[in-house]
Design a protein around this ligand. Sequence first.
Ligand code: FES
Ligand code: FES
Length: 166
Amino acid sequence: MHFTINGERHEAAPDIRASLLDVLREHLQLTGTKKGCDHGQCGACTVLVNGRRINSCLTLAVMHQDDEIVTIEGLGTPDALHPLQAAFVSHDGFQCGYCTPGQICSAVGMMDEASKGWPSHVSDDLDGDVVLADGEIAERMSGNLCRCSAYPNIRDAIRQVWEGAK
Ligand code: FES
Ligand code: FES
């Protein structure tokens, strides 16, 4: 199989039934994407596929050979952090850090959805600009669990980047 991940071409020969998460981690050594539940419940495995966030544990790798996949390794480097990575550091948006790659990939996708004006389940206004208040961020990020419960700081980091981008 062939994949385009973080702008680079990759080849792998996994079992045809392999999940995208297992191919990333076990065949391509892109271990920034984490396996938490392996059942679509925790969000630790979140990556971006064609700009949309998905749980990579719930999708077959073979389905994504013509897609643009972005993992946490493609968002920034230690010397040039993505704005969300920098905000997570400055707001202390993690403790153990296991959920953090998924949180950041999910936040990138979430802000793209919000910038397009897509309402969420808790949006008051279905047509107007999205206001990323605490409840709105919490709802939109509800697929990403944090066992360390760094939620308030994660929300602050996301809000800072969202407001800085406007
Ligand atoms: Fe995919 Fe938990 S590992 S949602
Ligand atoms: Fe530990 Fe989120 S920082 S699970």
